[in-house]
Design a protein around this ligand. Sequence first.
Ligand code: NAG
Length: 297
Amino acid sequence: MPTIFLLFLISGVFRYSSAEQGFCSAPSALNTESKSKPLYSKVYESTLSPLDLQNLPGFTRSVYKRDHALISPESHVYGPLPEWINTLGSYVISPEMGSHFVMYLAKLKENSRSGLPLHDVERFIFVLHGAVTVTGAHSVSHVLKVDSYAYFPPNFEHSIESDAPAIIVIFERRHAQLANHVPEPLVNSTDKQPLLETPGEVFELRKLLPSSLAYDFNIHIMDFQPGEFLNVKEVHYNQHGLLLLEGEGIYRLGGSWYPVQAGDVIWMAPFVPQWYAALGKTPTRYLLYKDVNRSPL
Ligand SMILES: *[C@@H]1O[C@H](CO)[C@@H](O)[C@H](O)[C@H]1NC(C)=O
């Protein structure tokens, strides 16, 4: 009896430790993989055997339809940005598609400097690679590294500069003013933002801008573990610009289902049915523009 009990105990311990090992080994393999590469580098170094695909004549995963678009990295086209110095930009979403905002990627080279947005246009920037120095009124400067961001209210004098290569994603829209609610400039980083409640959903949510009425849009950072998906098959009046920062999965847009991966950009017009499932072996993180706090009328 004592021997059997001992065996039982040992096997219990063994099972416990092997389960423990199994549990630990998978995440640590992921960690070493992600540690060897800079955060978000998959956005500009795409992962789905890009060389093979690029060599297929005419191949692209990009799609452009009335109520949505998928703009995958092999179809990004860079050119000079108006008023910017030593910077190349690729507009991936613009009002010609039906959006009320622009979304573009900017590649800053050595000694680069931004131009100002148009009159009454607000700007949000998020750093994907390298670092940029943002300077606002009163010459206060901040160095923004990967995962940091800044918001500039309409008609707010500022510059974004870099003395080494850097890549940022930018959103701009004509600000929808609300009497007595004035947005403030801000700089911050994703990791400083608290996780928010997501009733009925499993993904993790952070908002990069305050939810107060002064702001007519927000930028969400959403994290999914592989296998997690949106519970609500969303249809809503808001529009979205999305950049997949990490991971891969399936995006449903209208009646179409798209395999997507880090680096992909998605435009979602108001009311396009939308749904995401994170698949593959690594977590998904995406960054999402959403208009908020204003009547659709
Ligand atoms: C960054 O955001 C956090 C959380 O919203 C806030 O507590 C903190 O004051 C912000 N930092 C700056 C420099 O604004």
